[in-house]
Write a protein that binds this ligand. Structure first.
Ligand code: GLU
Length: 608
């Protein structure tokens, strides 16, 4: 099987949907043409031994578990689960998208990362999302639902690369459970149906997409069994012939043709701009191995994803800032105030400095240095929220008195993604976040192939955001857009795995991962409680997003009245999954009990 490989490392760092809701179609009334069956059982917490899988979806967790049971390792299980998510969570994951894979290898004790982020076409320019007719940035929806937003997908290459390096089984064997799932169908739940409803007007404009997700012209009813025979056939073709059929064969040609001439239905009034992705862009795609980010936090080693994701650097910088405070000695409101302020400071630096490191110069080791964080921490008022946005710092190696520079910049980032976490009997661990960007990606399916194309390139800034300073995240040829995905693995003081976690949620991913770490490490919550706890998020903006349990409760009142945060009610932030290693080969897999309808955690040998 052809494996697309590229070895590139960054400096070692130690111490170092809203879519048109109009015109929604009525629910499908027709009875499903397959007999309804029960989805696999779903539980948010599982404790035991022998390996673990935590995903947002019961079918995907079952796929990962089956692979572990048959002798696969954490990497095999991660690929099997991700491939199943391509069937049952197609609006968040799939071979039309990209992601970041973080791996702890038990034998070597090393953490590695793979960057499978989508890249822009070779012809991309900084004005990609500027409307030539007006000179103004395109409206987000117009950019999203277009060929312009589609980057070269990296997900399949990531699976192949991860398996080639660390897996025990072939890609073909790991695709088998997903092929079965695509053939037999999965049971539509309320989350799936709601995601289709939110996208119905878009999907209806693309016959290939409508055929997949608007059976009979309407969103599938909850309980319907929905197969995807086209995806089953695509997976099977990949299983037989390897990833070249996708990157250099017929599928590459079909992806390029779809992007260059989006197959819109006759009579659609939507403006769907063509893109410029070519078969050569696909043939040239590389998965990149990058040195993980690493910070020491309270004696633990926190490994994350380096640029082009801002996940590792922003979580890491915020943790370094928080290292200055004894959060465990604070009450919850005071600790959360510190978490929010540290996040805002780190976001200011993320926005100013982080982009694709192969194109822009990212001062990553400085952003992750304790000295820089200490300088930033002196701007954190323990008693009151700073007016937002705060200005970025100067990561120049010369630190001392509190100093700021440059104009502040705002962040706008939203979308949908999925995170999965796996571990095996040998002690290997995977934290893998993958996405097609918005829930439903570009909305454009490749005809006859059963998968949606991403809109990842809308993660670029459409126009400069940094005032007179250069913007690190403008589009460019072969450039990868900045991400917030933050697959994270934490090792204890002996270098053994302690935690692995991640989440979807665009920029909020950084807050979800950070808050879960603070909850678990500093506030004494066990992992299920840390993950279920109500969330807040502060991306260096005037408003702090707050889930209802905080916004309407006493904690919210203290944050507003005492610490002067402006809370903005937000129904739900993130959808995390995690694993904790409890010692003596015991582990605990954890998923959301409620958010996005609840996730699915499983261990190979449940504790009796
Ligand atoms: N495209 C986003 C990113 O890379 C992820 C979208 C989401 O998680 O919802 O940061």
């Amino acid at each position: 099987m052809g494996v697309r490989r590229s070895m590139r490392t960054t400096v070692a760092l130690v111490g170092t949907i809203a879519v048109a809701g109009v015109g929604l179609l009525a629910p499908a009334q027709a009875a499903p043409d397959r007999q309804q069956s029960d989805p696999p059982p779903k539980q948010p917490v599982a404790t035991g031994s022998g390996g673990a899988v935590a995903t947002v979806d019961a079918d995907a967790t079952a796929a990962g578990l089956e692979v572990l049971r048959r002798g696969g390792n954490a990497v095999d299980a991660a690929v099997a689960a991700a491939a199943a998510l391509g069937v049952s969570e197609p609006f968040s994951a799939g071979i039309g998208g990209g992601g970041f894979f973080v791996y702890y290898d038990a034998r070597s004790g090393e953490v590695s990362t793979l960057d499978g982020r989508e890249s822009a076409p070779a012809t991309a320019t900084a004005t990609r999302f500027i409307n030539p007719a007006t000179g103004q940035p395109l409206a987000f929806l117009e950019a999203r639902v277009s060929g312009l937003s589609v980057g070269t997908p990296g997900t399949l290459a990531t699976w192949a690369e991860a398996l080639d390096r660390w897996g025990r089984r072939s890609l073909a064997r790991n695709l088998a459970p997903a092929i079965d799932l695509a053939e037999d169908g999965f049971v539509v739940d309320q989350t799936f149906r709601s995601q289709v409803e939110a996208n119905a007007a878009i999907f209806a404009d693309f016959p290939a997409t409508a055929e997949l997700y608007l059976p009979g012209g309407a969103p599938p009813a909850v309980g319907t069994v929905l197969p995807n025979p086209d995806l089953a056939a695509t997976y099977r073709q990949i299983a037989r012939h390897g990833t070249d059929v996708f990157y250099e064969g017929p599928i590459a040609d079909e992806i390029a043709a779809t992007v260059q001439d989006p197959p819109v239905r006759d009579g659609a009034t939507r403006v769907v701009r063509p893109g410029d992705l070519t078969a050569d862009d696909l043939a040239g795609y590389e998965v990149i191995e990058r040195e993980p980010t690493l910070v020491d936090y309270r004696g633990l080693q926190v490994y994350g994803m380096p640029p082009p994701s801002s996940g590792g650097s922003t979580v890491g910088e915020a943790l370094n800032i928080l290292e200055n405070y004894d959060l465990g000695a604070m009450d919850e409101a005071q600790a959360l105030h510190h978490y929010l302020e540290a996040t805002a400071l780190a976001f200011a630096d993320r926005n100013r400095y982080v982009g694709d490191p192969d194109v822009v110069d990212v001062p990553l080791d400085e952003l992750l240095s304790q000295e820089f964080a200490d300088e930033r921490a002196c701007l954190l008022d323990p008693d009151a929220a700073a007016p937002k946005p705060v200005a970025p710092g100067v990561p120049d190696g010369d630190y001392g008195a509190c100093a700021t520079s440059a104009e502040p910049a705002a962040v706008a980032d939203d979308g949908s993604t999925t995170h999965l976490t796996t571990a095996d009997r040998w002690g290997n661990v995977v934290a893998y976040t993958l996405t097609i960007e918005q829930t439903g990606g570009s909305g454009i399916a490749v005809p006859g192939r059963g998968f949606l194309l991403n809109n990842e390139l809308t993660d670029f800034n459409f126009a400069p955001t940094q005032g007179s300073a250069p913007d690190p995240n403008l589009p460019g040829p072969d450039k990868r857009p900045r991400s917030s995905m933050a697959p994270t693995i934490v090792l204890d003081g002996d270098g053994d795995p302690l935690l692995a976690l991640g989440s979807p949620g665009g920029a909020t991913i950084i807050g979800t991962v950070l808050q879960t770490l603070v909850n678990r490490i500093d506030l004494g919550m066990d992992l299920p409680t840390a993950l279920a706890a109500p969330r807040l998020f502060q991306p260096n903006a005037v408003n702090t997003s707050a889930e209802p349990a905080i916004d309407g409760g006493p904690l919210g009142a203290i944050l507003e009245d005492v610490y002067r945060h402006t809370l903005m009610p937000t129904p739900e932030i993130g959808a995390a999954t995690a694993i904790e290693f409890l010692g003596k080969h015991r582990l605990q897999a954890v998923a959301e009990p409620v958010r996005r309808g609840g996730g699915s955690a499983a261990v190979l040998h449940p504790r009796r």
